[in-house]
Design a protein around this ligand. Sequence first.
Ligand SMILES: [Zn+2]
Length: 155
Amino acid sequence: MTLPSEADRFWTRSAIDLSRLSPPSPAHYAVGAVVVGPAGNPMATGYTGETDAHFHAEEEALAKLAGRGFDLSGATIYTSLEPCTTRKSRPVSCTELIMASGLRRVVLALREPLRFADCTGVETLLSGGIEVIEIPDLGDAVRDINAHVMGMQTT
Ligand SMILES: [Zn+2]
């Protein structure tokens, strides 16, 4: 797997910082996401629960870009947690939204623990030809921010 660049680390930290804005809830993770253009320009940000308690971070960020004619094929979405593949409250997963958006590159800090649903975001994105970069050494911050959820894990 490709190693993350310094810019990848910077924007993943930004996504983690954004996740702190997510209203704490035992029902979902606090996640942040940033879409960054090919020139290193931030295009949109989002965090889980920003406009609706059921909306995920990636969904919030992509909604701000939808229908505006942006070519996202050279952009990257940075997210603090692996994009979901199964959700109870919404018909379309963040993984599907990312693949439909035209984004070809995803950088994340932490894979989703087996807590709410069996998440296969990384595998699904890779099988769709999307580059995925993980920065697991930034995962401790994500675990700390989500201690209210992950603390309930039995594994
Ligand atoms: Zn999601």
